[in-house]
Design a protein around this ligand. Structure first.
Ligand SMILES: Nc1nc2c(ncn2[C@H]2C[C@H](O)[C@@H](COP(=O)(O)OP(=O)(O)OP(=O)(O)O)O2)c(=O)[nH]1
Ligand SMILES: Nc1ncnc2c1ncn2[C@@H]1O[C@H](COP(=O)(O)OP(=O)(O)O)[C@@H](O)[C@H]1O
Length: 418
């Protein structure tokens, strides 16, 4: 830990800091020498003399960091003076994957800010946090950053000058998705749940249900068809009708064997939650392989949902903030069985809302988000269409249930020679 801390701090002035203001990232860096540039945008709304701070989560244990970061905002808001405003913040070394650390930038409630400062000192001594204070000592455009503890080993304060920084080509939260929001191998996802063993007892039960290893290759005798789409697009209706029309096996995802623990893992931060869903897909793949020796197989959600919801959740802003088409983020895991056909149902927003209202069952927290957060829904929809892997066909789910069924049956006959 000490070695990684030393490495983290030794590259500190090479880092870029990103603070989200009204949903848009602004950037700054820190330099040893004072340069007469304008103050970075993040200080625009700060009155002269106000104090600002940043709180970044850092621990050599990524599960501990993920869980601490998930609780950090509530912990800060629960104890900071009411006037403090938190903005999501991250810091990274340009083009260095796994260099991303996340937290919050906060503007103190008043120039005195001593209650805030006292609280942050208390936090920084107990928790896996890197705390910085920001000052503009001469009341001019120049701001300084002071990384706590206040001084280097030889006792001199480690004061750096804050300068504007260019936006990176790709925001590192994009590359950070890989194997922390979206998992591209059985082992990577399994490793996260193994790391959770001492804090989430249910992880052991899930690990016991996993296949001994992931086996992508398979020449099933019968086709495997996955139906994907946002909530209330008609997946359940269509998959049940396809099962009856084709005499097929119908597999849910996550698989039924994980149902007892789904709600428990839905409470966890993305790193853990997405590893859980990713492992569910590997169990479903085993079930597909077995069932496809006897009859066609229909699956309600699979890898597309896992990846699209993870990407849509991890990033913010409009679909243009997603990684470009062709990015490695959209690749299919090399060890995950590919279905014969993926049908993605699309539906007009108002009709989807109407169907959602008509549907008896409740909504998951993510389904509610889909409705309240228009941009989240657009990001998920766009991610669905950028994912590469098996043949993926978009079907308009607007017509009647029977018309959609007939259209998909024609597709299956055409693509799967069934
Ligand atoms: N099945 C599945 N759902 C995921 C995954 N990642 C996130 N989710 C979210 C998407 C939805 O908000 C919610 C859907 O859960 P289910 O598929 O069990 O429910 P259901 O099939 O009833 O969803 P639906 O509203 O019918 O599309 O879970 C994943 O990897 N698999
Ligand atoms: N093609 C369709 N036309 C009209 N209503 C539909 C159609 N398909 C499904 N529905 C209705 O819309 C609601 C959501 O359908 P459902 O199959 O549960 O979607 P999903 O599984 O994607 O959430 C249900 O009340 C269902 O009866």
């Amino acid at each position: 830990m000490a070695r990684r801390a030393a490495s983290l701090l030794s590259h500190w002035s090479s880092r870029v800091f990103s603070v989200e203001l009204d949903g848009a990232p602004t950037y700054f860096a820190v330099r040893e020498k004072r340069r007469g540039e304008d103050a970075p945008r993040v200080f625009d709304a700060v009155r002269r003399g106000d104090r600002c701070f940043s709180v970044l989560v850092w621990s050599s244990d990524r599960v501990r960091s993920a869980r601490f970061h998930a609780q950090l905002k509530d912990r800060l808001l629960g104890r900071l003076p009411a006037g403090c405003r938190l903005s999501p913040m991250s810091s990274f070394l340009p083009n260095v994957r796994d260099s991303l650390i996340k937290g919050y930038f906060l503007k103190a409630d008043s120039p005195s800010s001593s209650p805030t400062e006292r609280l942050l000192r208390d936090f920084s001594q107990r928790d896996p946090l890197l705390v910085c204070s920001y000052l503009n000592p001469d009341n001019d455009q120049v701001w300084t950053q002071q990384l706590w503890p206040d001084a280097d080993r030889d006792g001199t304060p480690r004061v750096l000058y804050v300068v504007p920084s260019e936006a990176p080509q790709e925001h590192p939260s994009t590359l950070n998705l890989i194997n922390s929001d979206v998992f591209y191998s059985f082992e990577e996802a399994q490793a996260v749940l193994k790391q959770c063993g001492d804090i989430i007892p249910e992880a052991a039960s899930v690990l016991e249900l996993l296949p001994s290893r992931a086996e992508a290759r398979s020449e099933p005798d019968f086709p495997v068809i996955v139906v994907e789409g946002l909530d209330a697009t008609g997946k359940t209706t269509l998959t049940q009708a396809l099962r009856d029309a084709l005499g097929a096996a119908l597999l849910p995802s996550p698989p039924r064997c994980l149902s007892p623990w789904r709600a428990r893992f839905d409470q966890e931060p993305p790193l853990i939650r997405r590893a859980f869903y990713a492992l569910g897909n590997y169990i479903t793949a085993e079930n597909m392989r077995q069932e496809a020796t006897k009859a066609p197989v229909i699956v309600d959600r699979y890898w597309h949902s896992t990846a699209a919801y993870a990407i849509g959740t991890a990033l913010s802003g409009p679909p243009s903030s997603l990684p470009a088409e062709g990015s490695e983020v959209y690749r299919w895991p090399g060890d995950l069985l590919q279905p014969s056909l993926v049908v993605v149902l699309t539906l007009d927003g108002e009709e989807r809302k109407r169907r959602l209202r008509n549907r008896a069952q409740g909504e998951t927290e993510e389904e509610q988000q889909l409705d309240h957060n228009h941009l989240f829904r657009l990001r998920v929809e766009e991610a669905y269409h950028r994912i590469r892997g098996p043949a993926c066909v978009t079907v308009d789910a607007g017509p009647s249930a029977d018309q959609v069924l007939q259209q998909v049956l024609l597709l299956i006959r055409d693509k799967c020679q069934l």
